[in-house]
Design a protein around this ligand. Structure first.
Ligand SMILES: Nc1c(NC[C@H](O)[C@H](O)[C@H](O)CO)[nH]c(=O)[nH]c1=O
Ligand SMILES: CC(=O)[C@@H](O)COP(=O)(O)O
Length: 164
């Protein structure tokens, strides 16, 4: 379902577990910072609104979305987290660089999640232009950071239930 048909911040039809027991790491790309900062604020507020303790939320900037994978890997190697949220914004430029970054981050994030058996959330906008990014970072289509946070809570809860 396209984002145009499902607002990224609408979770009225879903049950969200309490985030209170969980510790979250958030890795944020500095490229397109006006967008990624909005994603971060959305993610942080969504975690707190669902019970996460501020002291259990840690944030780590990385230069670009390509570095989100290694940022998540370093965080999980360090330990002590129940989920990692990766936030970035990749906007198509003149060359095929966009394709390589998007593929690398999507595959990289998935591989890190499997490597550590921990939820690693792909909160990365991959857009044709700046306006599409604005629309998905608190604009008319909601905030991808909200979606990433709720996903992290649900996956951390699932991991906890399967562990016990
Ligand atoms: N063009 C975008 C980039 N490019 C930078 C890469 O992510 C990476 O930091 C660089 O290739 C060095 O390894 N990053 C974004 O997050 N968004 C872009 O639109
Ligand atoms: C996604 C990118 O790396 C891209 O924004 C860089 O722009 P260009 O493809 O014009 O070099």
């Amino acid at each position: 379902m396209a984002t145009q048909l499902k607002n990224l911040s609408d979770f009225s039809n879903t049950e969200i577990p309490s985030a209170q027991p969980y510790r979250f790491g958030i890795v944020v790309a500095e490229w397109n910072a006006e967008i990624t900062n909005a994603l971060y604020h959305g993610a942080y507020q969504s975690l707190v609104n669902n019970g996460a303790l501020p002291e259990n939320i840690s944030v780590y900037p990385v230069p670009g979305s390509f570095e989100l994978t290694s940022g998540a890997d370093l965080l999980l190697k360090k330990g002590g987290l129940d989920a990692v949220i990766c936030l970035g914004c990749v906007i198509q430029g003149e060359t095929r660089h966009f394709d390589f970054i998007c593929d690398a981050v999507a595959n990289g994030v998935s591989n890190v999640a499997i490597k550590y058996s921990k939820p690693v959330i792909f909160g990365v906008l991959t857009t044709d232009n700046q306006q599409q990014a604005i629309d998905r970072a608190g604009g008319k289509h909601g905030n991808k950071g909200d979606e990433a946070a709720i996903t992290a809570i649900k996956m951390a809860h699932l991991a906890e239930t399967l562990k016990s």
